[in-house]
Design a protein around this ligand. Structure first.
Ligand code: ASP
Length: 325
């Protein structure tokens, strides 16, 4: 009996030692960052910029894998169920905090099934439309949507996406419902906007800046209270008469729950280095955003932020009565 206990104790010690040793060697193979939206969209763009720089620091390839659908919940679930060894991560946005209120049955727990690594960036959104959409400015857009609410179409990346949230706030501000068309991300939504198959959408500047600057889409407003330096001529929603309209899309990096602390520490360090990387900063600035400060790119700051955001959005969403199964 005593002998068996000794044997079991020794086995545990070996397993614990092996786990610690492998955490110290980490990473010994490529790391995958799951983006819960389509390739080529705004979350994907943020992930790829950060992944490239993190890979240089960690001396390993950091691959981005797109697992879009159901407003980001399919990709988040995939990471929640992945092995907690630091080789599968999730780069998600504000939708991670709205999904618990929006989905009646979520197959994972947004707070308990993840180890936060750090916040990444806060991205303004823009209201954009197909090029030949009749309204010229936000005032005309509101009047047009109200007058044509049965035929106007609004593209989004599914219930729980940032574009869904922004659209929901817009509909509630102008007290008008409209038809929404869901996609697996706003990259395919943008393709349909360019092709004229949908009328308008609200999307991060990390996806819309290029199309706005080349005149391929019409822009009505930015969703932050301040104008965006890379789009200085675009008015804010508040300037356009929508008092208190304020949405920016924060992004965070997570690992599955149970990922060893030494691994999380290495990932946090690599994330912080990426956010100070001049190439990342310059590209972020061109796309209308900037990296968060180092004190926010930490597990503690992201953990607190997700919790506070779940508490902020849950009553708003419950009041709006929007649900997905
Ligand atoms: N911008 C999208 C959203 O609305 C997501 C994406 O495609 O990155 O959430």
């Amino acid at each position: 009996m005593f002998r068996n206990a000794l044997k079991t104790g020794a086995a545990f010690a070996i397993v614990a030692f092996a786990a610690l040793a492998s955490a110290q060697d980490y990473p010994t193979k490529p790391i995958t960052i799951v983006v819960p939206f389509a390739a080529g969209g705004p979350t994907d763009t943020v992930a790829r910029l950060v992944a490239q720089s993190m890979g240089e620091t960690l001396k390993q390839t950091v691959i981005v894998e797109n697992a879009g659908g159901a407003g980001g919940t399919i990709g988040a679930n995939k990471v929640a169920k992945a092995k907690p060894d630091g080789y599968t991560l999730l780069l998600h946005h504000i939708g991670h905090s709205t999904a618990p209120a929006l989905y009646r049955t979520l197959p994972y727990n947004a707070l308990n099934d993840f180890e936060p690594i750090g916040l990444v960036t806060d991205v303004p959104m823009t209201i954009v439309s197909k090029k030949d959409f009749p309204p010229k400015d936000m005032k005309e857009l509101i009047a047009y949507v109200k007058a044509n609410k049965d035929k106007v179409t609004y593209a989004n990346a599914g219930i729980g996406s940032a574009s869904h949230l922004c659209g929901m706030l817009f509909m509630s501000a102008i007290q008008t419902d409209m038809t929404t068309v869901p996609y697996k991300g706003t990259a395919p939504a943008m393709n349909d906007l360019l092709g004229g198959q949908v009328d308008f959408m609200c999307d991060q500047t990390t996806n819309t800046t290029g199309q706005i600057k080349s005149g391929k889409v019409k822009v009505y407003a930015v969703t932050t209270p301040k104008r965006v330096p890379s789009l200085p001529d675009v008015p804010t929603m508040q300037e356009s008469g929508l008092a208190n309209f304020d949405v920016a899309i924060w992004h965070g990096l997570y690992a599955p729950k149970g990922t060893p602390k030494p691994v999380i520490d290495k990932l946090t360090g690599a994330l912080q280095t990426a956010l100070k990387d001049s190439k990342v900063k310059a590209r972020f600035a061109e796309l209308g955003t900037e990296p968060v400060s180092t004190d926010k790119a930490t597990p503690d700051a992201l953990g607190k932020h997700v919790k506070a955001q779940v508490e902020l959005w849950s009553p708003i969403i419950k009041k709006a009565g929007v649900y997905a199964d």
